[in-house]
Design a protein. Structure first.
Ligand code: ADE
Ligand code: ZN
Length: 322
């Protein structure tokens, strides 16, 4: 089992339909209409529909214990498959919509992280994400709260949601997060092309979530490599949402060969039929990457992680020992 690490996975998006159903039942609420298709999977046609389905699923997650269970179940599952570290993208806006404050939200997530560490040895930290389509002012509020470090596991700031809202709108939010010492990443270059990546690179970010469409602009690929920006790439997500029609069209191997730092993420695993270990296996099968090259992906994730240096040392030791 190869040691893996991931930096791009949305916490509400890790909960499979069965867990969402269990949580809804214990909260005494019916599953929202339109959430699942007849085959029992999450129902969505395209990216914007996916975002709405994600919001529907998130709407039944109501308590601190719910967040604990989702976190614990996800981390234990990937730990059993070999993962040693994950940065979980949390969305305080989704938590606020169901009436949870930061303490309840992050407290639940942290309890899940602690239990998974105790029982499965995996480590995890939290990225605080704002939602683009909730607007720049709300993102500033989310960043300002994150800057107060409501929980010690919070290490970074991120931006998800509808990519049509440009990164430059969020310069103030990123300035607040970066000034507070939070690591910064942003979704870009998934639905929007190279222009969105260029715009994102004006923010104080060291990573991009997806970023794959930078591959359409050779000068931009060169810039990513030269600046040491890490792309957190999710090939199965890209296929499921139709960013690329097939893996043979996917630019991951090209970006990697051009010297761009890349890591693998599962994004929203049950929505896309992805697993972290599966993303590694896909690279071996599709691109012929060796075990050494796959281990280098984990090393790249540790290098780009926003956690404290002491933890990175421990993770590198684990990577080399396993
Ligand atoms: N929110 C949850 N998952 C997302 C994704 N993959 N892209 C953008 N926003 C998201
Ligand atoms: Zn994502």
């Amino acid at each position: 089992m190869l040691p893996q690490a991931e930096l791009h996975v949305h916490l509400e998006g890790t909960a499979p339909p069965e867990l969402i159903a269990r949580i809804a039942a214990r909260n005494g609420i019916a599953l929202p209409d339109g959430l699942l298709s007849v085959d029992g999977r999450f129902h969505f046609r395209d990216f914007l529909h996916f975002l709405r389905t994600y919001d529907l699923a998130a709407s039944v997650i109501r308590t601190s214990e719910d967040y604990r269970d989702i976190t614990y179940e996800y981390l234990s599952g990937i730990a059993r498959a070999g993962a040693i570290y994950a940065e979980l993208t949390a969305s305080p806006d989704h938590a606020a919509l169901v009436g949870l404050d930061d303490e309840q939200h992050y407290g639940g997530i942290a309890a899940g992280i602690d239990a998974a560490r105790r029982e499965h040895g995996i480590e995890a930290r939290i990225l605080v994400s704002a939602v683009r389509n909730f607007g720049a002012d709300q993102a500033v509020r989310v960043a300002a709260r994150a800057a107060q470090r409501p929980h010690p596991y919070i290490v970074g700031f991120s931006l998800a949601g509808d990519e049509r809202v440009p990164p430059s709108d969020f310069a103030s939010a990123y300035a607040i997060a970066a000034d507070a010492g939070l690591g910064c990443t942003i979704h870009a270059g998934e639905w929007q092309g190279p222009v969105s990546v260029r715009d994102a690179l004006r923010l104080p970010v060291s990573r991009l979530d997806h970023g794959v469409r930078a591959s359409e602009d050779p000068a931009l690929v060169h810039e990513l490599a030269a600046r040491g920006i890490t792309l957190n790439v999710c090939p199965t997500s890209n296929l499921a949402l139709g960013v690329y029609r097939s893996l043979s069209e996917h630019p991951l191997a090209h970006l990697h060969a051009a010297g761009v730092r890349v890591t693998l993420g599962s994004d929203d695993p049950p929505y896309f039929g992805a697993t972290l270990a599966g993303e590694y296996a896909l690279c071996a099968e599709q691109f012929g990457w060796s075990e050494q090259q796959l281990r280098a992906l984990t090393a790249a994730a540790i290098d780009a992680a926003f956690c404290e240096e002491r933890l990175k040392v421990v993770l590198r030791e684990r990577l080399h020992a396993q």
